[in-house]
Design a protein around this ligand. Structure first.
Ligand code: ATP
Ligand code: ZN
Length: 286
């Protein structure tokens, strides 16, 4: 059986760069020619479909693609029959309601009867319904942030990351209604053969994500402080300890998490560690 995994990826846009980088770090190579809509992987049984992000949930649901990388916001808005196979942690943004800067936000109820412009009518409708607010949704496909200034709407519901686009358009963020990140979606009835390929890919993705979250650390420790320092860098199982030519000292190697990186480094120095080296990890297999 010669199964091949068809992977839908945004051709060019805010998801593309990180999607292609992740695929590359998973060791999958493909030739991406300009204007090309399809590309064959050269060293993994996969084929890439390069599409507009809006089309990805539909293609996956219909089985034209087996899996795809898309923003959770688009997945939710399209409401297609697809499942999340894995969260990818990039392209983080939020879908928010914004109102003119000089207006006071009186809570969700204050939106009653207002005209709200958005490209995400389904997600907005759901939010309004849950909050029992009746408002008019005006669907537009782009440049939503200019709607209030041209008199098209009294509020908007749009994607925000820093808020600077809102600000330059005289708006302020009033309410976050949906938090999003890139997700790997899959068809709900993948064949057994394709499931094996997806599992292989997921294994690689998780190894890449673990490696990004951790650093390899090497240091010299006085033998008298060994137990104290060991507790600070427990590593994957336990740290490696190597003798140095100086009988009073040892070299220790371990793995530390990026989240508490600086706290650990400070504690290590206080405990007497010297010559601390921190290096990136390329892959981390758990
Ligand atoms: P396409 O041409 O493929 O239809 P698009 O213009 O609809 O692209 P992009 O602007 O490239 O879409 O955004 C794609 C996705 O990236 C969004 O659906 C969202 O999940 C995420 N995203 C949007 N804005 C931001 C942002 N400011 N920062 C990070 N991620 C974002
Ligand atoms: Zn789009």
């Amino acid at each position: 059986m010669n199964d091949i995994l068809r992977i839908a990826v945004q051709k060019s846009g805010r998801l593309s760069e990180d999607s292609f980088a992740l695929i590359k770090e998973c060791g999958i190579d493909f030739q991406n020619g300009i204007g090309q809509l399809k590309a064959q992987a050269t060293n993994f049984p996969a084929e890439f479909l390069l599409l507009r992000d809006d089309d990805i949930p539909g293609y996956v649901a219909d089985g034209v693609a087996d899996i795809g990388i898309v923003g959770e916001n688009v997945m939710a808005e399209k409401g297609k029959n697809v499942a999340i196979a894995h969260r990818l942690g990039f392209s983080k943004c939020r879908l928010s309601i914004a109102i003119p800067k000089n207006e006071e936000y009186k809570g969700v109820k204050g939106l009653e009867g207002k005209n709200i412009a958005t490209s995400y009518p389904k997600i907005l409708q759901k939010f309004l319904k849950e909050n029992r607010v009746a408002a008019d949704i005006h669907e537009i496909s782009g440049s939503v942030e200019i709607a209030p200034s041209i008199g098209l709407a009294e509020a908007i519901c749009d994607l925000v990351s820093s808020g600077s686009t809102l600000f330059t358009n005289g708006l302020k963020e009033a309410e976050v209604i949906f938090k999003s990140e890139a997700v790997l979606i899959k068809q709900t009835n993948l064949s057994a053969g394709k499931t094996i390929l997806l599992d292989k890919l997921l294994f690689r993705i998780k190894s890449v994500q673990n490696a990004r979250k951790n650093k390899y650390i090497l240091l010299n420790a006085p033998k008298s402080k060994l137990e104290e320092i060991k507790k600070l860098i427990p590593g994957m199982r336990s740290p490696s300890i190597m003798e140095l030519a100086d009988p009073e000292w040892v070299s220790m190697h371990s793995v530390i998490n990026e989240n508490d990186f600086w706290d650990v480094i400070e504690a290590l120095r206080e405990a007497g560690a010297e010559g601390i080296l921190v290096v990136p990890i390329e892959k981390m297999i758990l």
